[in-house]
Design a protein around this ligand. Structure first.
Ligand code: AMP
Ligand code: GLY
Length: 419
């Protein structure tokens, strides 16, 4: 089979590596891919958001199956475009991708179908939003409705911060049309859990749980990032909580999407917070998490291509998906300055990484040499019988990798170890 993966991050490298293990895969393409994916796939220079070019490439190159892995192409309708050209895909269509593409859509869905989430109000008018902020509980959470490169959520500790966030989003249009509406949400507390799931619109199969580390610096200090490291499984997510979430969150969400006429097929990501009052949905993503995919997929025993096809053909219920009884840790090595300004083009030197695997995120090949090309550069992943072993192996590998300005958090997995 000829397979096309759309995207360029560590997540796409993890998907490519898992797919490459299938003997049925004859040729992998990635658009645009990165310096690591290039070792497994032919990288083609098409932006993941250029849907028409992607479809034309897929048709011209006899692609048998496509995997749009990032949020923007999915929300823009990559699956609709490819499937109407006769190319089966793993991923939600445009209507179903709204679950991530519009916070208002997802909050209203949860309210309508009684799925536990933070209380909220929606505003399409800045004056009304600002008036509401005079009296609402503080801290509060301001969310731009649309996609905003993961930066559209502001936790406001004071009324002034909340007002500034609403002004930036709604009046200054910091995130463009994504800020035409905002959600003002109740501030919740508790450990966060990422649960990715496979779903074909009828059956939902949760994957191994994980814990992302979103802040840039040790001790959960500094700015929010795309994720600086992740471990799996998440020790806060007990068997009892997982059963509760399946019954009260996962299955109801799949049924709600079907009832709304937009059944969700693909990977549905549940971002949960385990609050003192019980689990709540913080966000849905319409795709694998990044870096969550880099720890979850290495623990998967079942072939990823078999699962993707079962999802696409809506026969997931008949598949038995199994997992390794191990732990995994991924440490992100980022460019100095990330998530703000950073420089790129620095050579990367990878020494002995033992049993760890180096997922590439922001890298590219220049004249046969791998150089930095983004904020999150590499995701160093190790698995082990215990979480401590996985963490130790990942950091041992990190210590043998260098590039100018490299930094990483040194405490990935510590909160989980102390749980
Ligand atoms: P998101 O961009 O939706 O992933 O949100 C980024 C982060 O903001 C989440 O991972 C949470 O840590 C935090 N967050 C989002 N919504 C809330 C909320 N209602 N209460 C507390 N923290 C939140
Ligand atoms: N790691 C969080 C995300 O992929 O959205």
């Amino acid at each position: 089979m000829n397979i096309l993966i759309l995207g360029s991050g560590g997540r796409e490298h993890a998907i490519a590596r898992a797919l490459a293990q299938s003997p049925r895969v004859t040729k992998l393409y990635a658009a645009p891919g990165n310096g690591g994916i290039a070792q497994l796939a032919e990288c083609v220079d098409i932006k993941a958001t250029d849907i028409a070019a992607m479809r034309d490439f897929a048709v011209a190159n006899a692609i048998d199956f496509a995997v749009p892995a990032a949020d923007d192409p999915l929300v823009l309708g990559a699956v609709d475009a490819l499937e109407s050209a006769g190319i089966p895909c793993f991923g939600p269509n445009k209507a179903a991708a709204q679950i991530e593409g519009s916070k208002v859509f997802s909050k209203d869905l949860m309210r309508k179908y009684n799925i536990p989430t933070a209380g909220y109000e929606v505003f399409d008018d800045a004056t009304a939003a600002l008036a509401y902020l005079d009296t609402c509980a503080i801290p509060t959470v301001i969310k731009a409705d649309g996609l905003a490169l993961g930066k559209g959520v502001i936790i406001a500790q004071t009324r002034d911060e909340a007002r500034a966030a609403v002004r930036e989003i709604m009046l200054d249009k910091k995130f463009g049309a994504a800020g035409n509406r905002v959600v003002v949400e109740e501030f919740l507390t508790g450990p966060e859990v990422s649960v990715l799931s496979f779903t074909d619109g009828k059956t939902v199969v949760p994957m191994v749980s994980s814990m992302d580390h979103k802040r840039a610096l040790d001790g959960d200090e500094g700015l929010n990032t795309g994720g600086m490291g992740v471990i799996a499984p998440n020790p806060f997510y007990t068997a009892e909580i997982s059963t509760w979430c399946k019954d009260n969150i996962f299955t109801p969400t799949i049924e709600a999407m079907a009832a709304e006429g937009c059944p969700f097929k693909g990977c549905l990501y549940f971002g949960l917070m385990l609050t003192p009052a019980g689990p709540r949905v913080i966000e849905y993503n319409c795709r694998f998490g990044d870096p969550e995919a880099q720890v979850v997929l290495p623990l998967l025993e079942t072939g990823l291509l078999d699962i993707f096809e079962a999802v696409q053909q809506a026969r997931l219920a008949a598949l038995n998906i199994t997992w390794k009884d191990e732990c995994a840790c991924c440490v992100i090595m980022a460019s100095g300055g990330y998530p703000e300004k950073y420089s790129t083009g620095h050579a990367i030197t990878v020494g002995d990484v033992g049993g760890a695997f180096v997922y590439h995120a922001g890298t590219k090949l220049v004249g046969g040499e791998v150089v930095t090309a983004g904020g999150r550069v590499l995701g160093i992943t190790a698995t082990g019988a215990s979480l401590q072993q996985a963490i130790d192996q990942a950091y041992a590998a990190v210590d043998n990798i260098t590039f100018d300005g490299a930094f990483c958090r040194r405490d990935i997995g510590q909160r989980a170890l102390n749980a």
